[in-house]
Design a protein. Sequence first.
Length: 205
Amino acid sequence: MKSLTLFLDDVFVKIIEDDTFSISFHNCQPEDFEITPGENTTIKQIHSSQGLFIKKKYFSLSFKSKDEVTSIIELKLPSLEHLNGICDVGGISLRNLTVNTIDIQVDSGLVYLNNIHAEKVSITCDTGTVNADKLIVSDHCDINVDSGTLFIKNSLTSLCGYDIKCETGISKLFGSVKIRGDKRLFKAGVPMYRLRNDTGLCTIE
């Protein structure tokens, strides 16, 4: 599978690498969502460069339980070269993926990455949280959070470079506070991790 673009609205989507393309629903029903593939194709026959639109159609309320249940759609994808995700409200979770490039834009929500190997990664989150564990890149990683929390662990090695800026918040690097507000922390190296958190907390472990 060469590339896939996801357009998400008010939904949390998990993406996992698998041999075939499939969609499964957790804590929700297929009829709760509008899922529209690109032109001239079906959901299970998405070809390269096709777009997949996922939008919640309506909400259901339950007064039988006080526990909040999160609706999750899980996508299993064959090996990808490029993954693009655009999410208005909700979140994206990537796990156990090897991909050339990742480009994710979230207006308000969450981005989780676990055991990701990529050449280039670009993540923009206006309001919310970006949480990455074992985010390994060979070229560069750009993460920009306007207001929220940026947390990365088990990703940067001694060979990695970093360019960190936290304008009105706090940045912690390997357990110690390094910069507070409108300062920059830089180290040359390859690959390069460029991290921005305008308002909030940036933590690297």
